[in-house]
Design a protein around this ligand. Structure first.
Ligand code: MN
Length: 193
């Protein structure tokens, strides 16, 4: 059985970037539904008992979609903290971003552009290869870079349920606002260098 993750902050902690109402629906309804759907599909399937990432790597169809959405949301919800001014990465991840993208500003611009330009529902990802090289990729629907052998570091959810209550059709505004609530300590731990 897959369990829904607990949020590591209070429902109002991410305001005004993400409202408590959006967080409540997104975590309590959308993520809960993916958890319920996967738990209904797993018994008797070849994926029963496997770790979530392994299910995402191996499955297709409805099992992949629901397992992928659980993995994606687990990474998404645990990468945030309360808004702060001048929020930015540090250490090895900052150095790698600067060397590959020129600056943190250029990295942010490319990341937001890829999220804003993703047609339909999906996710924009920062991930790392075994050698530490960074990639910004678009994944449609429930996609996750673990299926390409990459380590997921940071992700923006561009499904409308992630922002519609707070930003309506203004997806780029929502994506830009997320920079102030990224927990770069957590993202740096995921990079692990
Ligand atoms: Mn979502």
């Amino acid at each position: 059985m897959e369990q829904i993750i607990a949020l590591p902050y209070a429902p109002t902690a991410l305001e005004p970037v993400i409202s408590a109402a959006t967080l409540g629906f997104h975590h309590g309804k959308h993520l809960q539904a993916y958890v319920n759907n996967l738990n209904a599909a797993l018994p008797g399937s070849p994926y029963e008992g496997l770790p979530l990432e392994e299910i995402v790597r191996r499955a297709d169809g409805a099992v992949f979609n629901n397992a992928g959405q659980i993995l994606n949301h687990n990474l998404y919800f645990t990468q945030f903290r309360a808004p702060r001014e001048g929020n930015a990465p540090a250490g090895a991840l900052k150095e790698r971003i600067d060397s590959q993208f020129g600056s943190f500003d250029s990295f942010q611009a490319e990341f937001v552009a890829k999220g804003a330009g993703l047609f339909g529902s999906g996710w924009v990802w920062l991930s790392a290869g075994d050698d530490g090289v960074l990639f910004i990729t678009q994944e449609p629907n429930a996609g996750n870079p673990v299926t390409k052998g990459l380590q997921p570091l940071l992700t923006f959810d561009v499904w409308e349920h992630a922002y519609y209550l707070d930003y309506q059709n203004r997806r780029p505004d929502h994506l830009k606002s997320l920079w102030s609530i990224i927990d770069w300590d957590e993202v740096g731990r995921r990079y692990g260098r």
